[in-house]
Design a protein around this ligand. Structure first.
Ligand SMILES: CC(C)(COP(=O)(O)OP(=O)(O)OC[C@H]1O[C@@H](n2cnc3c(N)ncnc32)[C@H](O)[C@@H]1OP(=O)(O)O)[C@@H](O)C(=O)NCCC(=O)NCCS
Length: 178
């Protein structure tokens, strides 16, 4: 695998690039939001402290040698997107996830990011399958995937405990034959 991934162009004033240590202030400002973290994995905590940001930017939370990019507007980090390859006999597939600072929601930013990132990931990582899982209440995320050609394959019932409540997890995928 390449040491540094060259991210796809997004357009619309949006760019992807590797995370940098000087993204810390922007990262914490956008990530420290209960509304953002409620849709994500618990690896993305709330409150999101400077220590959490430092650990992430140092590669101690997710593997930053994988394709994991900051989403930027005018060069400033406002969110993130990343993909994790499966291994062994499942190594033909991968899962990706994304988030965006709340002040930028609802303007098509993540729809445009995923439109560029998903085909790039399938091609670059030679995937048969790119999947994403969405908590049952997260209709905005499901919409982003549907608008980008992901199909809902099923529901993992009562799969996640988030803040004291049990949730279903919706499985979406896009296949290389799509
Ligand atoms: C999910 C998230 C990335 C979406 O980013 P975004 O840039 O606001 O998304 P977009 O503007 O591109 O598209 C959102 C779509 O969802 C729709 N939507 C938003 N809220 C909705 C709701 N409550 N119910 C139904 N649809 C909703 C929007 O109308 C839009 O669809 P449309 O273009 O058909 O009108 C953002 O809300 C976020 O970061 N959430 C917290 C983290 C998270 O949940 N990450 C995903 C984990 S799977």
């Amino acid at each position: 695998m390449p040491e540094a991934w060259l991210p796809p162009d997004v357009g619309h004033g949006i760019a992807l690039r590797p995370w940098r240590s000087d993204d810390l202030d922007a990262l914490v400002a956008h990530a420290n939001d209960e509304q953002v973290s409620r849709g994500t994995s618990d690896r993305f905590p709330y409150p999101y402290t400077r220590e959490d940001g430092i650990a992430f930017l140092a590669g101690r939370v997710v593997d930053l040698s994988a394709p994991v990019f900051a989403v930027t507007l005018e060069g400033r980090a406002v969110g993130g997107i990343g993909v994790r390859m499966f291994t062994g006999e499942r190594g033909i597939g991968a899962e990706f996830g994304y988030w965006l600072g709340r002040r930028h929601w609802g303007r098509g930013v993540m729809t445009n990011v995923v439109a560029a990132f998903a085909p790039w990931a399938v091609h670059t990582l030679e995937l048969q399958r790119l999947q994403a899982t969405v908590l049952d209440f997260n209709h905005a995320s499901a919409r982003v995937l549907e608008k980008n050609g992901f199909s809902e394959e099923g529901v993992l019932r009562r799969a996640v405990m988030k803040r004291g409540t049990v949730h279903d997890l919706r499985m979406f995928a896009r296949l290389c034959v799509d």
